[in-house]
Design a protein around this ligand. Structure first.
Ligand code: HEC
Length: 165
């Protein structure tokens, strides 16, 4: 009887093992399929994030010099979000590790916005722009030179405060 129970148990263990290993293989296949889907999913490239930052950099300037502080506050947050997204989605690019260099200039511009201080805004915006170029230079993209914009980037958006056109 004991022998019978032992044999039955062994068969049961063996059976459940083979059943498990089938399940493991099936799960492994599912994981690989999901991994492939993640790898193939669309992620904006480094340059696409930068083009987005470029737009908000220009909008930020016109919001700031018009002392439209609500809009300036919005624009600087868009820039911060894009840098955060770069850190999240562009982990493989070496340049991503240098992003922290933009934090102090961004914080300085932000404090000028919060203090509604036009003079500091202009000064810190110059430092911010220099930092954009410092990173480009450090990464051999110095031909992408950023400067203080001269004309508003879009004619269909109002940069001045209030309802004025
Ligand atoms: C951490 C480093 C870093 C910082 C900081 C940085 N950039 Fe860049 N930028 C790059 C790299 C790298 C590229 C090249 C991207 C590529 O490979 O397409 C680039 C490219 C660009 C381009 C060209 C995009 C295109 O495809 O035409 C613009 C415009 C740009 N950056 C604007 C800015 C502005 C504005 C700032 C500051 C607010 C800034 N960048 C700060 C690294 C940086």
């Amino acid at each position: 009887m004991i022998k019978f129970i032992f044999i039955s148990l062994s068969i049961l263990v063996l059976y459940s093992c083979s059943d498990n290993s089938e399940k493991v293989t099936q799960l492994q296949n599912e994981v690989s399929e999901l991994q492939k889907k993640v790898d193939d999913s669309y992620k904006p490239g480094f340059g696409e994030f930068m083009s987005n930052i470029q737009i908000h950099h220009a909008k930020l300037w016109f919001a700031g010099i018009n002392q439209n502080w609500d809009l300036a506050d919005f624009e600087i947050n868009e820039i911060k979000e894009s840098f955060d997204d770069l850190e999240k989605y562009q982990t493989k690019r070496e340049e991503t590790r240098m992003i922290s260099m933009i934090n102090i200039p961004l914080d300085s511009v932000n404090s000028a916005i919060q203090n509604k201080d036009l003079k500091s805004f202009k000064n810190y915006f110059v430092s911010l722009t220099k930092t954009c170029n410092a990173c480009h230079l450090a990464n051999h993209f110095e031909f992408n030179r950023i400067k203080i914009p001269e004309t508003p980037p879009f004619s269909n958006q109002v940069f001045t405060k209030g309802n004025s056109k």
